[in-house]
Design a protein around this ligand. Structure first.
Ligand code: ACM
Ligand code: ZN
Length: 656
C-alpha cells in the first residue's frame, strides 16, 4: 500500500516513479535477470556459495572463458549469494550487486536473480600514455570503473615518438631522456621539432611509470580481474628511442649518417638485441599472455636505402620492405613464444606475411581482422569507425580539441564485432582506444572515455540479440550521472546535441541535380557520392568521413552545367576544415561563368577570411552575392599550403 501511494504521489506530481533498484540499471545488461517478490536494503550481507548442480548444468556448454566468468547472483530474504565456478565468476557477480547498491538512491534493492556470463573473452580499453603521460593514481582510478562495467583488459600504450613511459633498467636513457620533452602539450612538441629533454632539466615535461608503479597497477588490476597488456612499440613510432640510442636508426646510403624517421633499423643486430632485453624486463613485470609490440604505421622509407637493411634483406631473401618488417616482427614472435607468451600487434603486422603465433588487433577497418581470423589467427577488433574514443562524440564546436570523426554513443553501441566473420572462433573480442595527441588533461581523458566505454562494455558482454540502444541509453545516462558525482569527468549525455542538424535538411538551389565536371579530381579516399556529391542537395555532418563530404588533395576546380543560361544571385561552396587532421579552408576562391563551357569570364573572387583551427572542425559557406548570367559556372578554390598542402573538403556547391 505504501509503495502504491508513493508511486501514485510521484505520478501525480509528474515525476518518474521507480520501484527499488534492480538489474534493469546494469551495464552491461545481464544475460538473464528475474525479479523476485520483495525487496531488501542495500546493506545486506553477501556470500560466495558453491555452484549448484543447476548452475553447473546451465554453464556446461559455454566456452571456457564464459564458464570462468559466469555467475548467479541471488538477492533475496535479507541477503545476497553468488554462485560461480571461479574467483573471477564470484568477482563479476559481486560487481553486479555493488553496481545495483551504488545506483540505489532510495536505499532499497529489488529481490532478484541474475544469471550471467560474457559474450567475448576480451573486453578492453587502450590508454595512450605516451602523447600525454598519465600517472599511476589516474590509471588506478580508471581500473575501478572498468571493473564495475566488467571490462577485463587494459592495454597501455607505453612507448611512442612523444615519450617513453616505462622504466627499463638496462637502458636508462629511455627514461632519463626519451621520457621528457621541452613542451607540455603534444601539439606544441609536434610543431616544435620533436625534441626531448634531460630528466630533471627545465623545462622537461612528461614522466614514466617506475617498476614499482607498474607492480602497483598490476596488483590493483589483478584484484579486479583485469589483465594489463603492455605495448612496446616497434619498428615504427620509435623516434624517442632513436634519439636516446641513435645507433638503432637506419644509415643513409653511404652508411655514414643516421637517418631519423620514426622507424627502428630492422637491419641492426643491436636493435634486435636491445628490444629482446627490453622485453625481458617487461616480461618480468607483466604476467599477461599477450605482449603488444605495436607494428603500426612504420613509414619504412629509410629501409630502402640503409645498407644494413639492404644486407638483411639479401641475407634472408626478402623481396621488399614489407617482408623486412614481417621478418623483424617474426623475430619477436619467436622470442615471445619461446618465453611462453603471445605476440599481439596492430593489423599492419600482416604486411609481408603474418608471424605464425601472432594475434591481430584490427584498427584500420574490420576486413583485416576478418582476414587474419580466416587464416587461423586470433583477433581483437578495435576498428576506428566504432572504437576510437579520440573521435568527437558530439558537436565539435563545443567538444574542443580533437582529431575529427564523429563517433557518438549510439554508433559505438551499434558495433557488432562479429559482423563479417564466417566463423567467430578466433574473434576474442573488442577494445576501445584512447589516443591522446589531442587529450592533454585528465579531465579530457575521462570526458572522451565515458560514457562511450559503457557502450563497449555492453557490446563485449551482452548477447547481441538482447541489445537495444534506446533501452541502453537511459542506463548510460544514469551511470554517467553517478560517476560524475564520484569525480569522473564523464561527458554529460543530457547535453548531447546529436548529428549536425544540417545533415537532415536538403538544400534547394539552382545547381541541385546539375552535372559537375571535375577539372581536377577528388580523392579516391573521400569520394562521398562521387560525381553527384556537390549538387545532390545533401549537406555533410560533423565528420569529414560521413560519406557526405568530398575530399580534395589538390585545389578544387569544378564546372557546374546549369543546363541553360540562368541568372545568378549567389554563388558559393560549403567547406569543412579541421587543421588537426590537415583539412584547411581554401585561401581564395575564383568563380567564373560561361555560356559555351569553353570561354569563361570571372564573376567574382572571394578571399577566405576565416582561419581554420586545430581545435576542432569548422564549417563555412564561402561565396558571394553576384549579378550575372551563365549556363556554366566554374569554381576554383586554392587550398592552403601550411606546413604541407592541406586537404579541402566540400559537401555542396550552392548557386541561387
Ligand atoms: C593506430 O591507430 N595507429 C593503431
Ligand atoms: Zn636500416
Amino acid at each position: 500500500m505504501k509503495k502504491f501511494l508513493t508511486s501514485f504521489l510521484a505520478a501525480a506530481l509528474g515525476i518518474i516513479a521507480y520501484a527499488q533498484t534492480g538489474p534493469d540499471v546494469l551495464i552491461p545488461k545481464p544475460v538473464s535477470a528475474v525479479l523476485l517478490s520483495g525487496e531488501v536494503g542495500v546493506d545486506i550481507p553477501v556470500k560466495n556459495v558453491r555452484a549448484s548442480g543447476k548452475f553447473k548444468k546451465a554453464v556446461r556448454d559455454l566456452p571456457e572463458y564464459a564458464r570462468r566468468e559466469a555467475y548467479k547472483l541471488t538477492v533475496s530474504g535479507g541477503k545476497a549469494t553468488v554462485e560461480a565456478l571461479s574467483e573471477e565468476g564470484y568477482f563479476r557477480g559481486r560487481k553486479t550487486l555493488e553496481y545495483m547498491q551504488l545506483m540505489a538512491a532510495d536505499g532499497r534493492l529489488h529481490s532478484c536473480e541474475v544469471f550471467d556470463y560474457p559474450r567475448f573473452s576480451h573486453r578492453g580499453l587502450m590508454f595512450d600514455i605516451s602523447r600525454h603521460f598519465r600517472s599511476k593514481q589516474f590509471i588506478l582510478k580508471q581500473l575501478d570503473l572498468m571493473s564495475l562495467i566488467k571490462m577485463n583488459s587494459l592495454h597501455i600504450h607505453l612507448t611512442d615518438d612523444a615519450g617513453w613511459r616505462i622504466q627499463i633498467d638496462k637502458y636508462p636513457r629511455l627514461t632519463g631522456y626519451a621520457a621528457w620533452r621541452p613542451q607540455e602539450l603534444w601539439k606544441d612538441w609536434d610543431q616544435g621539432g620533436h625534441n626531448y629533454a634531460e630528466e630533471g632539466s627545465a623545462p622537461a615535461f612528461g614522466g614514466y611509470l617506475t617498476k614499482d608503479d607498474i607492480r602497483d597497477i598490476l596488483a590493483y588490476a589483478a584484484e579486479r580481474h583485469i589483465n594489463v597488456i603492455p605495448e612496446i612499440e616497434l619498428p615504427g613510432h620509435s623516434l624517442e628511442v632513436l634519439k636516446a640510442y641513435p645507433q638503432l636508426a637506419c644509415l643513409d646510403s653511404t652508411g655514414t649518417q643516421s637517418v631519423f624517421t620514426s622507424d627502428l633499423c630492422p637491419g641492426s643486430d643491436e636493435a634486435l638485441q636491445m628490444y629482446k632485453d627490453i622485453l625481458d624486463e617487461v616480461l618480468e613485470l607483466f604476467p599477461s599472455q599477450f605482449i603488444h609490440i605495436g607494428g603500426d604505421e612504420a613509414g619504412k622509407w629509410s629501409w630502402r636505402h640503409c645498407p644494413r637493411c639492404q644486407a638483411r634483406m639479401k641475407e634472408h631473401g626478402l623481396k621488399d620492405v614489407e617482408e623486412l618488417q614481417s621478418w623483424f616482427i617474426k623475430q619477436f614472435d619467436d622470442y615471445l613464444t619461446s618465453k611462453g607468451r603471445r605476440l599481439l600487434g596492430w593489423n599492419e603486422i600482416m604486411q609481408g606475411g603474418l608471424a605464425p603465433g601472432a594475434t591481430v588487433m584490427s584498427w584500420q577497418g574490420t576486413v583485416q581482422g576478418i582476414e587474419a581470423a580466416a587464416a587461423g589467427h586470433d583477433v581483437i577488433m578495435s576498428p576506428g569507425n566504432w572504437c576510437y574514443l579520440d573521435r568527437n562524440q558530439d558537436n565539435p564546436l563545443v567538444e574542443g580539441e580533437l582529431v575529427g570523426g564523429y563517433l557518438p554513443l549510439a554508433r559505438v553501441y551499434d558495433y557488432n564485432p562479429a559482423d563479417g566473420f564466417d566463423d567467430t572462433k578466433h574473434l576474442l573480442g573488442l577494445q576501445g582506444n584512447l589516443w591522446t595527441e589531442h587529450v592533454p588533461t585528465e579531465e579530457n581523458f575521462e570526458y572522451k572515455t565515458y560514457p562511450r566505454a559503457f557502450a563497449l562494455a555492453e557490446v563485449g558482454w551482452t548477447p547481441q540479440e538482447l541489445r537495444y540502444f534506446d533501452e541502453f541509453r537511459p542506463r548510460a545516462v544514469a551511470l554517467a550521472d553517478y560517476i560524475r558525482t564520484k569525480g569522473y569527468n564523464a561527458f554529460d549525455l543530457h547535453t548531447e546535441m546529436g548529428e549536425r542538424p544540417e545533415m537532415s535538411k536538403a538544400l534547394d538551389h539552382l545547381a541541385r541535380g546539375c552535372k559537375v565536371t571535375y577539372n581536377l579530381p577528388y580523392s579516391n579516399h573521400y569520394p562521398a557520392e562521387g560525381d553527384e556529391t556537390l549538387t545532390n542537395g545533401l549537406q555533410g555532418g560533423w565528420s569529414y568521413v560521413d560519406g557526405r563530404w568530398q575530399g580534395f588533395l589538390n585545389d578544387l576546380d569544378v564546372t557546374v552545367d546549369l543546363g541553360q543560361k540562368r541568372h545568378l544571385g549567389f554563388v558559393g561552396a560549403h567547406f569543412l576544415a579541421n587543421l588537426g587532421v590537415w583539412i584547411g579552408f581554401p585561401v581564395k576562391m575564383q568563380i567564373l561563368g560561361s555560356d559555351d563551357g569553353i570561354n569563361f569570364v570571372e564573376i567574382t573572387q572571394v578571399l577566405c577570411q576565416v582561419k581554420a583551427s586545430d581545435s576542432g572542425a569548422m564549417y563555412l559557406l564561402l561565396g558571394d552575392v553576384v549579378n550575372a548570367d551563365a549556363r556554366y559556372v566554374r569554381f576554383k578554390a586554392n587550398r592552403s599550403g601550411r606546413l604541407h598542402e592541406d586537404w579541402l573538403f566540400v559537401d555542396e556547391i550552392i548557386i541561387k
